[in-house]
Design a protein around this ligand. Structure first.
Ligand code: MN
Ligand code: MN
Length: 461
């Protein structure tokens, strides 16, 4: 063989996805981007993503799960787990004894939750106190438009849904930042210390009610809240209200090849799972789509990936087929669909160029995540990685291998370890993201589209 032939046959290649996709695929990619944007603009919280997904699933013939329900191949089922997480399944030709093909993502994102007793007045301004959720760089959330999303559960059994600040005619909420002219002391602090979490208070009013007494600005806000939502101050105690960046997704770049939106971690992967499972036929093995909550704070709690809600669902399906759940787990496979850090040429020193995800190189596969010595990672085996290569290459998916930055630079985890703990072979895969966890995160349309193709390939494997 010539040197050129040896080079082609023996060395790994890194090709930009745009050199590889066809014109027809580009058109599909653009229509996928439109569907994805409709989802991400409508779903800024795990509750909104759950409601949206269950409604779409019902339209396409999915029926609500009941424990022990009899199923046949092609049946489509969904579980709305307390309004905060979702599991969908399409029953396969094979028995559940041969396992499921699972894609697991999360639909919660970093944000600013309201404290249980949030409303107060200080110096004739009314505020809502917040408590940040997930890993944020606090300075990014100051002096920018924020919207309020969530629910208020009244004592009379009714629930008010809140979505304030998204419509152009809505007011927005904001957190003030110190003007540079008076920030001499603040500017000396580190980025991590410069913004005190207890100062992250949302400005919600300044006009006092007419009349006697104190705290008339606060009282004015309570009056408006009562008129709009029928609530009183004590109803904050049974509410889940959260401030998220206001506004819709946008195309980025003169070539419009990228998307900016809040919450692409991890709703870019969640939508890849949803869009593919909603439209597959009858798979060989049962396909399962998980949209978990609480990943950003450790996958804990009743709606997180560590919850037995998953066992409840899958055991409910297994029991009708007379299959032990643990046998089903053992023979299953899971793609832990979560975003990865895209290589940022402005911060090259944080990444290992030879082992990083790049924009437009397709869905990023991560053998392991974790920090330091792979701590907190599930570390997929060589055998599992072979299965991934076979599955993705077999479906012509554009994919790349990656790790999360330089060793000892930081790290992170996903739901992968909680799936692997259940004796399910699991690997991480997802959309590379720039500015992850920022109020607006950037992805490439091509990578989002290829992640959907990867989920479909896994469901149909
Ligand atoms: Mn994530
Ligand atoms: Mn995250």
């Amino acid at each position: 063989m010539t040197t050129q032939e040896l080079r082609e046959n023996l060395t790994g290649k890194l090709k930009n996805g745009f050199e590889r996709i066809t014109q027809a695929q580009r058109a599909e990619m653009e229509s996928y981007a439109l569907r994805y944007r409709a989802f991400i603009d409508a779903c800024k919280t795990e509750r909104e993503a759950t409601a949206w997904t269950c409604a779409e699933a019902e339209k396409l013939g999915f029926v609500p799960f009941t424990y022990g329900m009899a199923t046949k191949p092609g049946d489509k089922i969904y579980l709305n787990n307390r309004g905060k997480s979702t599991i969908l399944a399409v029953i396969g030709e094979k028995s559940l004894a041969s396992g499921c093909n699972i894609c697991a993502s999360h639909v919660d994102s970093p944000r600013l939750d309201l404290k249980p007793n949030p409303l107060y007045e200080d110096t004739e301004l009314a505020y809502l106190k917040t408590h940040y959720y997930g890993g944020i760089k606090k300075y990014q959330w100051l002096a920018r438009p924020l919207a309020l999303h969530g629910v208020i559960c009244m004592k009379d059994g009714t629930t008010a849904c809140v979505n304030l600040g998204e419509d152009e005619s809505d007011p927005i909420l904001m957190i003030s930042d110190l003007l540079p002219h008076l920030a001499k002391d603040q500017m000396k602090k580190t980025l991590g210390e410069a913004v005190d979490a207890e100062r992250m208070n949302l400005i919600v009013g300044s006009e006092p009610l007419e009349g006697e007494g104190s705290e008339l600005v606060k009282l004015h806000i309570l009056k408006l809240l009562n008129e709009k939502y029928g609530m009183v101050e004590a109803d904050f105690l049974s509410a889940e209200l959260t401030a998220v960046p206001a506004g819709k997704s946008r195309e980025v770049g003169l070539d419009r090849s990228m998307l900016a939106a809040y919450g692409q971690d991890d709703r870019s992967c969640a939508f890849a799972e949803i869009d593919s499972i909603l439209h597959i036929g009858t798979p060989t093995k049962t396909a399962v789509c998980i949209l978990a909550d609480k990943e950003e704070i450790g996958s804990v709690g009743i709606s997180g990936m560590q919850s037995f809600a998953f066992e409840y669902f899958l055991e409910g399906l297994c029991s009708a087929q007379g299959v032990p759940l643990l046998e089903c787990f053992r023979n299953s496979f899971c793609l832990s669909a979560d975003v990865s850090a895209a290589f940022d040429p402005c911060y090259p020193e944080t990444c290992d160029r030879r082992n990083n995800a790049f924009f437009n190189h397709g869905v990023s596969i991560m053998k392991y995540t974790g920090s330091r010595g792979k701590s907190g990672s599930s570390d997929a085996s060589a055998e599992v990685m072979r299965h991934v290569r076979q599955t993705l290459d077999g479906a012509d998916v554009i994919w790349q291998i990656s790790t999360l930055g330089k060793v000892d630079q930081g790290g992170g985890g996903t739901v992968a370890c909680y799936m692997a703990n259940r004796n399910i072979p699991t690997v991480d895969a997802g959309v590379p993201v720039l500015s992850m966890h920022a109020p607006m995160e950037i992805t490439s349309k091509l990578d989002c589209y290829e992640t959907m193709l990867a989920c479909r390939a896994v469901y149909l494997a």
